[in-house]
Ligand binder design. Sequence first.
Ligand SMILES: *Cc1c(COP(=O)(O)O)cnc(C)c1O
Length: 385
Amino acid sequence: MIPLSVPNLKGNELKYVTEAIEAEWISTGGSFIDKFETDIANYLKVSKAVACQSGTAGLHLALHLAGVGNGNEVIVPTLTFIAAVNPTKYVGAEPIFMDCDHTLNLDVNKLEEFCQTECKLTSHGLVNKRTDKVIKALVIVHVFGNMANMEKIMEIAAKFNLTVIEDATEALGTYCKSGKFKGKYAGTIGDFGVYSFNGNKIITSGGGGMLIAKDNPLAEKAKYLSTQAKDDQLYYIHNEIGYNYRMTNLQAAIGVAQLEQLENFITIKKTNYHYYLEKLSDIRGLTLLEFNKETRPNYWFYSLSINKKLFGLDRVQVLSKLNEHGIQTRPIWGLIHEQKPYLQNQTYKIENAPMLISEILNIPCSSNLELEEVNSVIDLLTKMK
Ligand SMILES: *Cc1c(COP(=O)(O)O)cnc(C)c1O
């Protein structure tokens, strides 16, 4: 069995978890939480990071701190994991779904066109002409570790008064190599950035997330809200409604050990990606999607596009053949605007996303993938034709 994406725990994970247990600090306080926050902030070259229970919790806090609430709207991609969208509903707002381009990231031209033609800029902000509601924010997902076009997005956001929340849950380690944001990591360009350490992400803490904010007081506020909004530690005075969203010291211990290996994981994933790329280029009808050339991606997930006419088999047939041989392969997510809770929500010219997802599969990409495993995936695809 070759899994799609599983944790790689051969570093200091056990050592640090043991230290946390020996110190009897296993809950939502302890030195590993502080260390993980500092290490992530240093890695990303930002001043503060706030550890959360999950990426989803981080996104919820970001929307709340962006002032998104009841009656507001938020622009989101339809091609993503549903956790990028659900927090919009947690704060009482409604999502508006956008299409993606051939990179699978948000189509910035359609985004601009939507803001220009379907909305009007007022003293309250950007108002959706169809609903008369204020669109407060924009959730950008860096899909599979590729980087969205942040230069254009920040330009549109400034023009139309939108808060930018970067869902960088799949893109820890991805950064710009050139342009206006040269040297900037995915998640550190918008107003808020959120990372995830779920089991299938590039590094994991079992479960967990990290939130960063351009505005330092908002990062402080995120920490306060994530720890039950306690204004007085002794007398338990709470001036706001908080959440129990703090990461535990046990999770952070694993996270610290994982972060030590992040660059190594990226190197391995890059090597495997290029190996797949080279070998699969010989097979007519199969294309491995490329990463944005202006960025150093983290190579989190590999997307294989199958042209049925040229390859002879479609995505479903390839998926079941690979799975039959113990190679775990996954179709891209179901589009969010087609999911039951979102059927009534507004969409804007969604044309590329349905087409792309009907052709793409994610193939094994774990950082502990062995060369012979990569070869057996390639062999099977070669013989399948
Ligand atoms: C994984 C993921 C999340 C959620 O992160 P959790 O830590 O699992 O809550 C959100 N958005 C996207 C795009 C993801 O891939």
